[in-house]
Ligand binder design. Sequence first.
Ligand code: SF4
Ligand code: SF4
Length: 73
Amino acid sequence: MNATAQPEIDRDACDLCGECLAACPTEALSIVAGRLEIDLEQCGYCGDCEDVCPKGAIRLPYQIVVVTEDSAD
Ligand code: SF4
Ligand code: SF4
């Protein structure tokens, strides 16, 4: 199955700190010629990059929300 969505990058906000590259489990991110790039074939759309970015510069255009039961105890 091919991913048809990709994380969106705000290149004005991104300071190329590299934290998302380190967090990405599939090595889908790279910095090429001073720009953050995503390899869509590698991206599993996990959202880890969004979670770690200190600038809020990369985010998923939509979220997969997992609802868990809020059980007592
Ligand atoms: S973590 Fe955020 S600011 Fe750092 S390189 Fe990735 S997108 Fe850019
Ligand atoms: S969504 Fe996941 S797999 Fe895709 S670039 Fe971000 S960290 Fe990597």
